[in-house]
Design a protein around this ligand. Structure first.
Ligand code: MCN
Ligand code: CUM
Length: 808
């Protein structure tokens, strides 16, 4: 048979890996046809809402629900007293801690859930909340983690025994009732010795402030208990639907096969939707109690005040070097403020996530890290916002330490980075704090980035600007922000990564239909990342069927294979690998079918784009469509009919994407206003599946980085009042603030991933925050600045300029 189209056209038709295929999701999203949790509307559905604590720390003397129950439309009111007989007044957190579902005798932060009112509609529920009478007794509030560790005030009743002595926590002994854990990595004594004897040592303390991902869609769920069949269906904004199913089963006693968890479309997750919230538990209980479906949807204030925040890390560092700038040691101590409950979602063995990636992209021979987790009177959480388990904090820390060391050495920080980078030939590289970096080529990326922005030219311009400023010719300073980051994503080998005992593998299952189209299902769940577009591309290339004829489905635990969900940029490294592997299983069977149909030996056919051809006789072939049809409709000796497969993938290692970012910023010293003149981002995420989707991820992550570095903050006053609970006070950047991003790339494949891909979703945030921050700090370097804390809003920048005497 002769080909009607060329090989290039066949490749193009496949829309496989490397192609900027348009997002298949966007047709419904741009037309308002998405299906979000709040679009789930069931007959007789009730609505739940919370009575929340106005105080950050208080005993609860009494809760009177009588008046609320009389409010028209109110059906039920739940308090901890109702949940206690069911053992549901506390629930486990993903970090191994436990958390009150409804206030059990006291409240620990403002906005904490005190009672759950269920009503016929949202308005009646809101009226019901107003009618619940709660008598509080205010207690001393602690919002400072350092004070917390010294205080006589014991925040949690469950952290002490009857004599008031601290009992062990989930990650070892407590030094104090308000202490959660101490986690260490590296070698303490040798590191301290190296630093004590070093020629040059730079020290810095920095606070990575508390912030929040603030997804467009808030968290919510609909619980529907079918008492006739004993089945519970739970729709929700879950980033890890299978994990939620297992947890619901374990804490409710409902058998897992009787629970169906569905994540429909999700309007942004960013880690905010990984954890389990009281709203889920209360909605399930309310549905069981009332026999009706119950919906719970947060409003914006609920979301900002009470759901998983990010960061709140107090980091203290020491870095030592030779006079020439070769780094010899790194010491890091972190005081981690977790709020009232440790509701992080780190793998069990990593209570401070992957903070031990804080040696960054540098060949640092000796290092030590210690992290102390602490309770305070703030909302719980910790792991969210493109964090990949505290990597954002780690990269911020090292990229600031590099700048501080460069100042101490009186050296250019681009050069300091270059002489300390791990070299290409050192990979796989075993870092001092334990990780084995899979691959990297940092020097190539750095040189490309510096050349692209004309780095030397920028520095010359900056020097001139300083001269002009000093001569009174301008009131604007210029900052050149640099950052080079190494990410760690794709948790993760089951042998060292689990959450509450659930191993962190992932999965893909595919069923090819007779006419050569297919449905594939995965254990992950898109929240906007475009999985339906990109996973189909991996499968298209591996199997030889067009991406357009492969439906991707995620998020329904009744149909999708078990997986640990989407966060920590793990989808591509783990589920993406499972997709490639499942494709290879299909191809192996297809090869046998093709050989049979072509009447040759299995080894005599080879795969070519969308078909198997007879080696040396390209005119003799069977397309994958023909093979799919034959698999169902032709009796093939020794083979089962059909063409489907499943793969569970346990990655041998994480993947280590990296990147080089440069930000050029102008700062008006009299107003503190910043203007980003240029932002250049080079990312290396190994093999690129969809360049357009990657670019979208980078634009989004950089914008969130800009937000965090330049203004976004969850702030509290001394009474524990959250001062930033609305979008009037919480900075969410718009097109107005966002610069034009120049994106670039290099490709250094992961050696252990079946298609060489690394994750990318979190990279721009991880690398972006230090880049924006370094730009601000760099502008003031010539005037004596070493470090100022984020967020660099106009007021703080003005203050820095003032303190440096630039207004005199
Ligand atoms: N991709 C690619 N080639 C690569 C790597 C990734 O084309 N070499 C594509 C993937 O196919 C996928 C996207 O880029 O469509 C992101 O992939 P990956 O880096 O594997 O990250 P995940 O899919 O696991 O997404 C999680 C990551 C995280 S942890 C946060 S937080 C975040 C982020 O993604 N949340 C997001 N990006 C987000 N984007 C949107 N729109 N909404 C969120 O909530
Ligand atoms: Cu931790 S933010 Mo993302 O990993 O969902």
């Amino acid at each position: 048979m002769k080909d009607e189209i060329s090989r290039e056209e066949r490749v193009e038709n496949l829309k496989g890996m490397g192609c900027s295929r348009k997002r298949v999701e966007d047709a419904r999203f741009t037309q308002g046809k998405g299906n979000y949790v709040d679009d789930v509307k069931l007959d007789g559905m009730l609505f739940g809402d919370f009575v929340r604590s106005p105080y950050a720390h208080a005993n609860i003397k009494s809760i009177d629900t009588e008046a609320a129950l009389k409010v028209p439309g109110v059906v039920a009111v739940l308090t901890a007293a109702d949940l206690e007989p069911l053992g549901l007044h506390w629930m486990p957190t993903l970090a191994g801690d436990k958390q009150m579902v409804l206030a059990d005798g006291k409240v620990l932060y403002q906005g904490q859930e005190v009672a759950y009112v269920v009503a016929e509609d949202r308005y009646a529920a809101a009226d019901g909340i107003e009618a619940v009478e709660v008598e509080y007794e205010e207690l001393q509030v602690i919002v400072d983690p350092f004070e917390s560790l010294k205080s006589d005030v014991i925040l949690r009743p469950d952290t002490v025994d009857e004599n008031g002595k601290a009992v062990d926590g989930a990650h070892g002994p407590r030094d104090h009732p308000n202490h959660i854990f101490t986690w260490e990595a590296g070698d303490k004594d040798p590191t301290e010795e190296v630093i004590a004897n070093a020629d040059v040592v730079a020290e810095e303390e920095m606070y990575y402030h508390r912030t929040h991902p603030c997804p467009l869609e808030t968290c919510g769920c609909v619980a529907s208990m079918d008492k006739v069949n004993g089945k519970l269906t739970l729709w929700g904004t879950f980033q890890a639907p299978h994990a939620i199913r297992t947890i619901v089963s374990l804490i409710s006693g409902i058998e897992e096969h009787n629970i169906r968890v569905i994540s429909p479309d999700i309007g942004g997750g960013f880690g905010n939707k990984v954890g389990a919230y009281p709203g889920y538990v209360c909605s399930v209980v309310a549905s069981i109690v009332t026999g009706k479906p119950v919906k719970w949807i947060e409003d914006r204030m609920d979301n900002l005040m009470t759901t998983a925040f990010a960061r709140d890390y107090w980091m203290k560092g020491k870095i030592s070097a030779t006079p020439e700038g070769k780094i010899t040691g790194l010491h890091c101590h972190v005081t981690a403020d977790h709020g009232g409950f440790d509701a992080c979602a780190d793998p069990t063995k990593f209570p401070a996530g992957f903070m031990n990636i804080c040696t960054g992209s540098y060949d640092i021979p000796t290092a030590y890290l210690a992290v102390d987790g602490v309770y305070t009177n703030k909302a719980p959480g910790g792991v969210s916002y493109r964090c990949s388990f505290r990597v954002t904090e780690a990269v911020y820390f090292i990229e600031r330490m590099i700048e501080v060391l460069a100042i101490k050495l009186n050296m250019d920080s681009a050069e300091l980075r270059r002489i300390n980078f791990i070299k290409k030939e050192q990979f796989p590289y075993k870092a001092a704090l334990g990780w084995e970096y899979d691959s990297g080529d940092y020097h190539t990326a750095w040189d490309k980035a510096l050349k692209a922005v004309d780095y030397d030219g920028l520095r010359a311009e900056q020097a001139q600007r300083v001269e002009d400023f000093k001569a009174g010719k301008t009131r604007k300073l210029m900052g050149v922000g640099l950052s080079f980051f190494t990410e760690i994503v794709g948790a993760g080998p089951v042998k060292n990564c689990d959450i509450l005992g659930m191993g962190m593998f992932d999965s893909c299952e595919i069923r090819i239909h007779p006419t050569g189209s297919a449905i594939a299902r995965l254990g992950t769940i898109s929240q906007g990342q475009g999985h339906a577009t990109t996973f189909a591309q991996i499968l298209a290339t591996e199997i030889g069927l067009s991406a357009d004829s492969i439906t991707i489905e995620e998020g329904d635990t009744d149909t999708a294979p078990y997986g640990l969900g989407t966060y920590g940029s793990r989808s591509t490294p783990v589920a993406g690998a499972a997709a490639a592997m499942v494709g290879r299983k299909i191809r192996a069977k297809a090869q046998m079918i093709a050989a049979y149909l072509l009447e040759v030996h299995d080894d005599d056919v080879e795969f070519d784009v969308d078909r198997f051809v007879v080696k040396g006789a390209p005119e003799r072939f069977k397309t994958m469509k023909e093979i799919a049809f034959a698999s169902y409709n032709q009796a093939i000796p020794g083979l089962e009919p059909g063409l489907e497969a499943v793969s569970y993938y346990d990655p041998p290692n994480m993947t280590y994407p990296f990147g080089a970012y440069v930000c050029v910023m102008d700062i008006d010293v009299d107003t503190g206003v910043t203007e980003i003149r240029r932002f250049y981002a080079l990312d290396d995420c190994g093999t690129r599946i969809n360049p357009m989707v990657i670019e979208g991820q980078i634009h989004g992550g950089l914008t969130e980085a800009l937000a965090v570095a330049l203004g976004q903050e969850i702030a509290y006053d001394d009474m524990g009042n959250c001062k930033t609970a609305t979008l009037m006070d919480f900075f969410l950047p718009t097109a107005w603030e966002v610069p034009n991003y120049e994106t670039d790339y290099t490709v250094t494949p992961s050696p252990h991933h079946p298609i060489g891909a690394k994750g990318v979703g979190e990279s721009p945030h991880v690398g972006g925050v230090p880049c924006f921050s370094n730009a601000v700090q760099d502008a003031f370097r010539a005037f004596g600045n070493t470090h100022t804390n984020m967020p660099h809003d106009h007021w703080r920048i003005w203050k820095t300029a003032n303190e440096l005497g630039l207004h005199d």
